[in-house]
Design a protein around this ligand. Structure first.
Ligand code: ADE
Ligand code: ZN
Length: 336
């Protein structure tokens, strides 16, 4: 193990872009399929992993929504979330802001309450037993109509104490942020934080819409902002964080090779980029593996790794006081 790899493993960090449904490992998928008597179109864990070869976002999404069908009861959502948190403990991750896709479940007849209560109970236990703090972000599926997103927001209203923010995910191209202008306005009026996937596959115009219309507090992915210098300057000026996901970008062919990943360029321009895993069970690696593989591919320096870890806290929805404590811990670690 290289010195920088050891350094990454012990570095305190936060994860800001993680879909809980994307942390469903094939082993747990099989266990839940058996527990819930659901048939899945694979014979073995190896066959599932072999099927995880994608040439774009949509190919992945088709498999990801299929996988989520084994999640039925509150305990299933608890087990999914708990497995992710214990995995994050091993990566020395101190804080997570995780997405879930309620419509993937409510559209199959699963109650919103079952989903959120299972997830929330695991997040509470994660704080108590693992010392990992967390916020939950509810995503609207952008391939569905805005009216459906409104129904989801209504279902969430009795649970607002458990939800920090709303996001926008699923098939990007053809479903611009402007399609969801009204529901995001309602979410803002409820005091929720706003994030959106933008510029993963979609053009810079979608990032402008996310800024101007949705009034986002953070950009998920955002890679394609680099095609527009004015947009880059604006993102820097507004101090917005980008939740970049290198192994996801590689798996979904957003980049041809990790050595071509623009993360170093983003940092050099002054963008507040962070490293995240997106859907680790599907893209071959959790948080530290994303740091380690990217470090190796583009020669991230020790200082860049420190910046990335600090950005993960600075870009979080924690209080300034909590952010300062975590960044102080990074300083102590990197000096020690
Ligand atoms: N849902 C889960 N992962 C996603 C991604 N990378 N982009 C859009 N929607 C998603
Ligand atoms: Zn994502």
């Amino acid at each position: 193990m290289s010195n920088l790899e050891k350094f990454i493993n012990g570095l305190p960090k936060a994860e800001l872009h993680l879909h809980l449904e994307g942390s469903l490992e094939p082993e747990l998928m099989f266990e839940l399929a058996k527990r819930n008597n659901i048939s899945i179109p694979f014979d073995s864990v190896e066959a599932v992993r072999a099927a995880y070869k994608f040439s774009n976002l949509q190919e992945f999404l088709d498999i990801y929504y299929q996988g989520a069908q084994v999640l039925i009861n509150e305990q299933d959502f608890y087990d999914l979330t708990w497995a992710y948190l214990t995995r994050m403990k091993a990566d020395n991750c101190k804080h997570v802001e995780v997405f879930f896709d309620p419509q993937t479940h409510t559209d199959r007849g699963i109650d919103f309450d079952i989903v959120i209560n299972g997830i929330n109970r695991a997040l509470e236990d994660g704080k108590k037993e693992l010392g990992i703090s967390s916020f939950l972000i509810m995503c609207f599926l952008r391939h569905l109509p805005e009216e459906e997103a409104f129904k989801t927001l209504a279902m969430a209203t009795p649970h607002l104490a458990k939800v920090k923010g709303v996001g926008l995910d699923s098939s990007e191209v053809g479903h611009p942020p402007s399609k969801f202008a009204n529901v995001f306005k309602s979410a803002r009026d409820l005091g929720l934080k706003i994030v959106a996937h933008a510029g993963e596959e979609g053009p810079p115009e979608y990032i402008y819409e996310a800024l101007d219309i949705l009034q986002i507090d953070r950009i998920d992915h955002g890679n394609r902002c680099l095609e527009d210098e004015k947009l880059v300057a604006r993102i820097i000026e507004e101090g917005l964080t980008l939740t970049v996901c290198p192994l996801s970008n590689l798996s979904l062919c957003v980049v041809k090779d990790l050595t071509q990943h623009p993360l170093k360029v983003m940092l050099a321009k002054g963008l507040k980029a962070t490293i995240n895993s997106d859907d680790p069970a599907y893209f071959g690696g959790y948080l530290n593996k994303n740091y380690i593989e990217t470090q190796k591919a583009i020669n991230l320096t020790r200082d860049e790794l420190i910046t990335l870890a600090k950005n993960s806290f600075k870009g979080s929805f924690l209080s300034q006081q909590e952010i300062d404590v975590h960044c102080g811990d990074i300083d102590v670690y990197s000096l020690g």
